[in-house]
Structures are given as structure tokens and as C-alpha cells.
Write a protein that binds this ligand. Structure first.
Ligand code: ZN
Length: 328
């Protein structure tokens, strides 16, 4: 590779404008605008095989682990191959990678901060990616014979997709969503509101009943949606029922289903497993979570409690419980 080629920005390399665009879109997502390891803002590096965006300091630690463990590229300077971009896009960035690599991060093992000393940063990064201490036990790739560097979250995923290449079903599973309650919902009719919840997944919608004059409604209603193979986020909207005019919106939120569904699929039949944590959807500045949302196996079922702050409204929080049900 010539020097001239090497220092061109990615958007001008090769006829990969479409792919480069995908990478840029991924970079601009909220969770990817901070370092996956130390949360420093505006990360300028990426590990293409792990699928995370990193700051200069963490990138240096990764680079020292060697490209078999972490293949570090500059997001602006390096000549990215199609494979590197595909790999990055396939993992889906920091939140998703961290939901795997930090699923079992102990409370007494805090992540490094942007100004943490190099020793702690190095110790954490090696524990996270090389020893894989925080991964769920069945995914760990360390063995008595030592580290096998060919494995990664991505190859784990692709081995999953290789097992089901003929899967042409329209739906991959079902979600039973308990709309538990709302708190401090917004006022829309003089002093109160008559709220109901609408959940949308792709083309499907499900509605709760209307709770008359209640800003802290308790629904405890279970709504069911089928999950299509190429599912997007689950959209939640709260409306004020108005008999005489169009219903007013009282806030909305988006729920990322990927942490739950990916973990559920990786674990297979949950009834074979004891109660345990299998994944996590992390709270970030750009999502509507009030707290990290943990995916658990509880009594043979995959469940996730979600606490949301409603967006585009003056106040309101929602509590849901999701349950994943396999189709087969
Ligand atoms: Zn960092």
C-alpha cells in the first residue's frame, strides 16, 4: 500500500462509498461517540474484528495485544477493506459489543475512565478481551491450553448463522411485553390525562387499555408481538385518549431488542439453564434507559426489565418487562 493511498480519508478509497457510508453512520451513533473501554469522547480508532470504537490510549493498548486479538484501524486515516467494514457493521458497535464483553462485569471491577493510569487501563482491556473475564461463561474462549485467538464475538455469531442458513421463516420469535406502569406522565387535559400505550414493531401494533384520569397508571397488561427476522427497535408511544379530537402524544421511547434476542439465540433453549444473567442493554446518553437493562434467564425463560424515560415530552417514565419466546 502506498503512503499516498494510506492517508486518504475512507470516503475516497476504492469504490466502497456505500460501505464507507455504513461505517460513518455507525460511528455517528451515540454509543459509538465515546470510547468503548474508557468512555473518552470522540474516539478516533476502531477494532475491526472486535467491532468497537476506541480512544487513542485504549487503541494503543489494543494494538499491543496484537492484530489476532484486536485489529486496530484509524477511523480517518487507514485504508479500510470491505471485510473490515462488514465486520464492524456486523457487530454493530460499542453498545452491542459491550453487552457481550461486559455482560458479567463485576461491580468491584469498574471500567477505566478517560484519565485512568495506563496500568489500570491495560489490566482492564486484557481482562475484557484477551482473558474475557466478563463474558458469559459459555462464550469464553480461554482454555487450559491457553488463548485461542481465532474466536471472537463475531465468529461466534457467524457460527450461529451458519447453523441456520436455511432459515427463511418470516418470524424468529415472539415477545410477550408486560406494560407494567407509567409514572409522572404528562398532563394533557387540564389537570390529568387518560393514557394508553401503543407498541409498534415493524408493521405490528399492540395497544393497552385506556386508564382514565391517571398520571401514574398501573396496567400490568401483557401485549404480544411477533419478531420478524430483520427486526428493528420496538417503539413505545403513550397517548392521551380524547373523545372529541385526535389523541395527544404524551411521549415516546425506542427499545433496542438486539441485546435480548442475540443473547437468547446464543443460549438456545433457556429451560436448560439455571437462573443467570445473559446480557445487558447499556444506558447511554443517547438512549432512553433510566438504568442498564439486564437480560436474565428466570425459571427457564428469557426476561428483561426495562425502565424508560419518555422522550419528547416534559415528564414521564415507563416500566416494562419483556419476555422472549422461541417459535420452535
Ligand atoms: Zn479509551
Amino acid at each position: 500500500m502506498s503512503t499516498a493511498q494510506r492517508y486518504q480519508p475512507i470516503k475516497t478509497t476504492k469504490p466502497v462509498v456505500g460501505k464507507a457510508r455504513k461505517l460513518k453512520d455507525l460511528m455517528q451513533r451515540g454509543d459509538n461517540r465515546v470510547c468503548a473501554d474508557c468512555s473518552a469522547p470522540d474516539p478516533k480508532f476502531a477494532s475491526s474484528n472486535i467491532g468497537v470504537f476506541l480512544c487513542l490510549k485504549c487503541g494503543d493498548v489494543h494494538r499491543a495485544l496484537g492484530p489476532d486479538i484486536s485489529n486496530i484501524l484509524s477511523v480517518t486515516l487507514d485504508d479500510w477493506s470491505d471485510t473490515d467494514i462488514d465486520s464492524m457493521v456486523e457487530v454493530g458497535g460499542n453498545s452491542y459489543a459491550n453487552s457481550i464483553y461486559e455482560a458479567f462485569l463485576p461491580k468491584d471491577h469498574p471500567k477505566p475512565k478517560p484519565d485512568s493510569p495506563m496500568e489500570y487501563r491495560t489490566e482492564f482491556i486484557r481482562a475484557k478481551y484477551e482473558i474475557q473475564d466478563f463474558l458469559k461463561p459459555s462464550l469464553r474462549i480461554t482454555s487450559k491450553s491457553g488463548f485461542e485467538s481465532t474466536n471472537s464475538v463475531k465468529s461466534d455469531d457467524s457460527s450461529f448463522s451458519k447453523r441456520v442458513p436455511e432459515d427463511t421463516r418470516e418470524f424468529v420469535g415472539k415477545l410477550n411485553i408486560t406494560v407494567v406502569k407509567g409514572t409522572q406522565l404528562a398532563v394533557r387535559d387540564m389537570l390529568t390525562s387518560d393514557p394508553y400505550v401503543v407498541l409498534t414493531l415493524g408493521e405490528q401494533k399492540a395497544l393497552t387499555t385506556v386508564k382514565a384520569s391517571d398520571l401514574n397508571p398501573i396496567w400490568n397488561e401483557v401485549l404480544n408481538l411477533s419478531v420478524p427476522r430483520n427486526y428493528g427497535p420496538l417503539k413505545l408511544e403513550v397517548y392521551d385518549h380524547d373523545t372529541f379530537s385526535a389523541d395527544d402524544i404524551m411521549g415516546e421511547a425506542e427499545i433496542d431488542l438486539k441485546p435480548m434476542i442475540t443473547a437468547a439465540m446464543a443460549f438456545g433453549d433457556p429451560s436448560f439453564h439455571a437462573d443467570m444473567q445473559i446480557g445487558r442493554w447499556f444506558m447511554t446518553r443517547d438512549n432512553c434507559l433510566l438504568t442498564d437493562s439486564i437480560v436474565n434467564i428466570v425459571s427457564g425463560k428469557v426476561k428483561q426489565e426495562v425502565y424508560l424515560k419518555l422522550q419528547n415530552v416534559e415528564s414521564g417514565e415507563m416500566e416494562l418487562e419483556l419476555e422472549w419466546a422461541r417459535l420452535d
